[in-house]
Design a protein around this ligand. Structure first.
Ligand code: 13P
Length: 287
């Protein structure tokens, strides 16, 4: 069933667990995400980034996700990830996305508040919840996201931002990166705790890929309710593709694309299932 992201995250917040938000951009990525969550009996968020709008038919994609959500054994939410343009937000809302992320993090606080507030007013009129960010994420290896400067979120400003904009979820920059880490991850849990003490809405962790499991669990215990994952799933698929012709398909001179897609989906699903289980924080989600 497709449910409101807000409802989904409220429950996660109450149960001290996080919901996986997988970046998806194809039939296989969506199928893998839903199937991994079904196996773990946990809800899941299907996220589509604005950056994929030029290559993904947004109307067709939304219709497909809604149909799959209807059949799914677990609650599914449909989220617009990192949108910089008002038009993209409106397009997502029109197509039944249950939440949107407006990313005004590159603007000074006052401007970010003004732009985010405008999106909140539009989205809330349609019953769609809004995620927004202050601070910004640095970029690690193999990421497909925009480069940020890695400024960590100031807890006092986070509180001011949430109050002034009336957003539903806050993306807090605490040292995770978009993509794989190129050195030791430096996650600022103390900062997260300060934000958690000041801000009551569900907190979002971007840059789930490559983050050590024990750090993930600590972030969940400090208020993180939604964790975004993109790069590590791509790495699982591409690692398979790079060796497929010397390995799984070595005896087949011309394997059919459908078979390659099938195995690739299995690899992604396995990687996703590990995240879903970890994020559940050993809690039974009441689906
Ligand atoms: P990763 O690519 O590091 O998993 O981050 C994804 C993300 O935060 C998308 O918003």
């Amino acid at each position: 069933m497709l449910i409101s992201t807000k409802e989904m995250l409220k429950k996660a917040q109450e149960e001290t667990r996080a919901v996986a938000a997988f970046n998806t951009y194809s039939l296989e990525t969506v199928q893998a995400a839903i199937s991994s969550a079904e196996k773990e009996e946990q809800p899941v968020i299907i996220a589509l980034g604005e950056r994929y709008f030029p290559t993904v038919d947004v109307e067709g994609f939304a219709a497909m996700v809604k149909a799959m959500a209807h059949k799914a054994a677990i609650p599914v939410a449909l989220h617009l990830d990192h949108a910089y343009e008002k038009d993209s937000i409106i397009r997502a809302i029109k197509n039944g996305f249950t939440s949107v992320m407006y990313d005004g993090s590159k603007y000074p606080l006052k401007e970010n508040i003004k732009r985010t507030k405008e999106i909140v007013d539009i989205a809330h009129m349609e019953g769609v919840s809004v995620e927004a960010e202050i601070g910004s994420m640095a970029k690690g290896a193999y990421s497909d996201e925009e480069e940020g400067d890695g400024t960590l979120t100031d807890p006092l400003l986070a509180n001011e931002f949430v109050k002034a904009t009336n957003i539903d979820f806050l993306a807090a920059a605490i040292g995770t990166v978009h993509g794989m880490y190129q050195g030791e991850p430096n996650i600022d849990l103390e900062r997260l705790q300060q934000i958690h003490e000041l801000v009551n809405i569900p907190l979002v962790l971007h840059g789930g890929s490559g983050t050590p499991d024990e750090k993930i669990v600590e972030t969940i215990n400090h208020g993180i309710c939604k964790i975004n994952v993109n790069t590590e799933i791509s790495v699982a698929a591409v690692t398979f593709l790079k060796s497929a012709f010397d390995d799984e398909f070595k005896d087949d001179p011309m394997p059919h694309l459908s078979n390659i897609n099938r195995v690739m989906q299995q690899k992604m699903e396995k990687a996703m299932q590990r995240f879903v289980r970890l994020f559940s924080n050993e809690k039974q989600a009441v689906c």
